[in-house]
Design a protein around this ligand. Structure first.
Ligand code: ADP
Ligand code: MG
Length: 729
């Protein structure tokens, strides 16, 4: 057996679950111990500084330099109680993951002594050299400065011995270079628009928050096996590997018992999350072998997103300690379920009302109905923008793969709620309603809570499902930044609500009563958005046909999906709601094209190298063995006997020869295609060239390799196989 694979498998025999003990038996003793939250602020900050922070959080009030110094000082004292030596501005560039540059608290005092200092200036703003982060042409390289600025709404935290300060990341000229800046803008936009709509019903509502509860799917693979797979290490997914005789067909993994080594990993991950104030709550096995899920209690979308980023980072580090590698890629194994990140989204008022949950009285139900129908309309009008927000090189292997939503956007409401909407649309007329009609309508609306209680059907194949008190966007990829879809959903919702409010206002100006105006607009929206409602099996082929008949988009190609970031509707949402300016939007698209291109480029190179350096030589060695065998047979047997006895081996030699030749030719052609694509200077053209002319080779080359895996002696196969990667824990 190849040394790499042999040692990797041998390692496994020594694996043991680590002992993990929480700092205390009571979770509340250590929950958020590493977060500079309100409680610690009260303890460590002078009164006026504490007020300055809370004003900044609640009202967006600016923090003066003097106050910033006081806050920084308090933060430093707290951090030192946890043996912190460094601080960093923690931000989310447009790459995968987060970035940080650690600086020590060390400084020289005026008389030359070393002192530990952390000033307000350092807390509030930093200037990392940002030229190596993707920026889509926003910054010229000679002006490489970027700014990070403190996001007061997300508390500072301590990881290891570093104080981390969540920040936004912007260019010298003020354009966003990260996910957080546009997310905060989208959240502000939806707050404003939703509050105005709420005021039609209840003047006490003055603020609307967007909530996010993410569910993170991931795979764990033994570290030694992972290290023996260059494709996993370099691209996050297996670029080759024949399916295992057993994979997920027995469905014995989902909700099965969690293996002890994995439990130890999960326990430690949860403890670390809890120390950081991340309210993780559920963990379980997923459908595929070695696949798991983690979900917290939902939080404000900005904080929830920071927490998801932090969790992905923690996972990687803690997994290593337990001799695992965590795979966050959307499709690490072909033929086995991929991983998604469900984004559970809701809007909630400062009066404590969840706008996606029916109320206790007809007025509350009207509010619910209004928001529900606006969501229908938002998704209907912005299918392409939503699709763009989840398009990535990894997610394209998962969407539509009979395990994940298709590339078609649709909403599942549950048949009863759907029926109810149709009834309402029927009852509302354009002429003035009679008192009886109003009563029937109100009675109908009054029944919403009962309907929802009965409504237990949960359609798991829908990309955008109503689940009783929230919408669950299930098409996002497991490695994505939640902000990508949260920016789009909240901005589009803001845009939709603004339009709704304007239409209602217009009718009211024409003398139509408020309730009736609202009913009429809702009716129109129910009818217009009808094609987006789908209750059936989203994974089926019939749905693809039906969706086409309904005129819904079905975009499988990533660069094509991305292009919709700048179509007319998307521009009216993203520019109209001031989430991006023109140059930010264009640069974002450019960055997405570039990310896609680079990922396919790396995969193509890795596959080419592995095919030529790992697979072909082994195939040739095995072929030579067969040839030796054939020569021996020829010596021993008569020509007639040889003919029959050697038939299968001669066939095999022929087959292996064909495959080796095919692999070599395909790799050469793929390299040529890459070269041609690399010559293109326009990011869009390059991405399309990679999609159309390079990516198809990956599958073709893999096909030959996977067949060779079945033909060549297992003893000499160089890479850990699917059965080893998926069933060792
Ligand atoms: P599922 O049945 O989809 O697996 P889970 O219990 O795992 O559901 O929860 C899914 C996520 O939805 C959790 O993060 C949960 O906190 C979140 N969630 C629940 N209610 C809301 C809500 N009103 N708004 C946003 N997220 C919510
Ligand atoms: Mg879910």
């Amino acid at each position: 057996m190849s040394k790499l694979r042999f040692y990797a498998l041998q390692e496994l025999t020594h694996r043991q679950a680590l002992e993990v003990t929480p700092p205390s038996n009571k979770l509340s003793d250590y929950y958020a111990s590493h977060v500079f939250d309100q409680k610690k602020m009260q303890e460590y900050l002078p009164k006026e500084a504490y007020r300055a922070v809370t004003d900044a959080i609640d009202k967006g009030a600016p923090i003066s330099r003097e106050m910033a110094d006081l806050i920084a000082n308090g933060m430093k004292s707290w951090a030192k109680s946890l043996n912190v030596t460094h601080y960093t501005h923690w931000f989310q560039p447009l790459t995968d993951g987060t970035a940080e540059k650690h600086d020590g608290f060390i400084e020289f005092s005026d008389d030359g002594d070393v002192i530990e200092r952390f000033s307000g200036k350092l807390l509030i703003q930093q200037e990392p050299d940002a030229s190596s982060f993707p920026n889509g042409g926003i910054r010229n390289t000679f002006e490489a400065r970027g700014y990070t600025a403190w996001d007061v709404s997300s508390p500072a935290f301590v990881v290891d011995t570093t104080l981390c300060i969540p920040t936004i990341f912007i260019s010298y000229t003020g354009e966003a270079l990260d996910y957080k800046t546009p997310l905060l803008k989208a959240l502000a936009a939806v707050d404003k628009a939703a509050t105005e709509v709420c005021q039609l019903f209840d003047k006490n509502i003055t603020k609307v928050f967007a909530n996010l509860g993410w569910e993170q799917e991931y795979f764990l693979v033994d570290l030694a096996l992972y290290s023996a797979r260059p494709d996993l290490c370099l691209t996050g997914r297996t670029l080759m590997g024949h399916s295992s005789a057993k994979d997920q067909q027995l469905e014995d993994h989902y909700f099965g018992s969690i293996p002890p080594r994995v439990t130890a990993f999960m326990k430690e991950l949860e403890i670390e999350c809890h120390k950081l104030g991340i309210p993780v709550k559920t963990r379980h096995n997923e459908v595929a072998p070695n696949q798991f899920e983690l979900a917290p209690i939902y939080e404000n979308a900005n904080l929830a997103n920071d927490h998801n980023q932090l969790v992905m980072d923690l996972m990687k580090r803690i997994a290593r300690k337990h001799q695992f590698a965590v795979l966050l890629h959307e499709k690490p194994f072909s033929g086995v379920n991929g991983s998604g990140k469900h984004n559970n989204w809701s809007l909630c008022t400062d009066t404590g009302v969840n706008l996606f949950a029916p109320g206790r009285n007809p007025k509350g139900n009207m509010l619910f109905l209004t928001f529900l129908v606006n969501v229908l309309m938002m998704v209907y009008k912005n299918q392409n923008l939503l699709r763009a927000s989840i398009a990535s090189a990894g997610n394209c292997y998962r969407l539509g793969a009979n395990e994940a939503p298709p590339s078609i956007l649709s909403i599942f409401l549950g048949s009863q709620l759907s029926y109810m909407l149709d009834e309402i649309a029927k009852q509302v007329t354009d002429s003035k309603m009679t008192p009886e009609e109003k009563t029937t309508l109100k009675l109908g609306i009054g029944r919403i809570p009962e309907i929802l209680l009965d409504n237990t059907d949960r359609n798991r194949t829908s990309p955008f499902a109503f689940t009783g008190n929230r919408f669950e966007f299930r098409a996002a990829g497991s490695s994505s930044n939640c902000a990508a879809s949260m920016i789009v959903i909240n901005a589009a919702m803001a845009n939709q609500l603004n339009e709704f409010k304007a239409s209602v206002d217009k009718l009211m100006e024409e003398g139509v009563g408020k309730d009736e105006a609202i009913f009429r607009i809702l009716k129109e929206m129910i009818i217009t958005s009808e094609p987006i409602r789908f209750e059936g099996d989203g994974y089926s082929d019939e749905w693809k046909e039906e969706a086409a008949r309904r005129g819904l988009s079905n975009i499988a190609c990533v660069p094509e999906a991305l292009l919709h970031y700048t179509d007319a509707q998307s521009r009216s949402v993203l520019l109209g709601e001031k989430v991006f300016n023109e140059s930010e939007l264009n640069s974002r698209l450019e960055v997405e094209f570039e990310k896609f291109t680079k990922k396919v480029q790396i995969e193509s190179r890795v596959l080419g190298d592995l095919a030529i350096n790992h697979i072909v030589p082994i195939a040739v060695i095995y072929q030579n063995r067969l040839l030796d065998n054939l020569r021996g047979l020829k010596e021993v047997f008569s020509p007639e006997e040889y003919e029959t006895l050697s038939l299968d081996r001669r066939e095999l030699v022929r087959e292996i020869s064909h495959r080796v030749t095919a692999i070599k030719t395909l790799v050469r052609d793929m390299t040529e295609a890459r070269k041609a694509a690399n010559h293109k200077t326009c990011h869009e053209e390059k991405a399309f060239a990679y999609e159309k002319t390079v990516r198809p080779y990956l599958e073709q080359i893999r096909d030959h390799i996977d067949s060779l895996e079945m033909e060549v002696d297992d003893e000499i196969w160089p890479l850990p196989k699917y059965r080893e990667l998926l069933f060792n824990k």
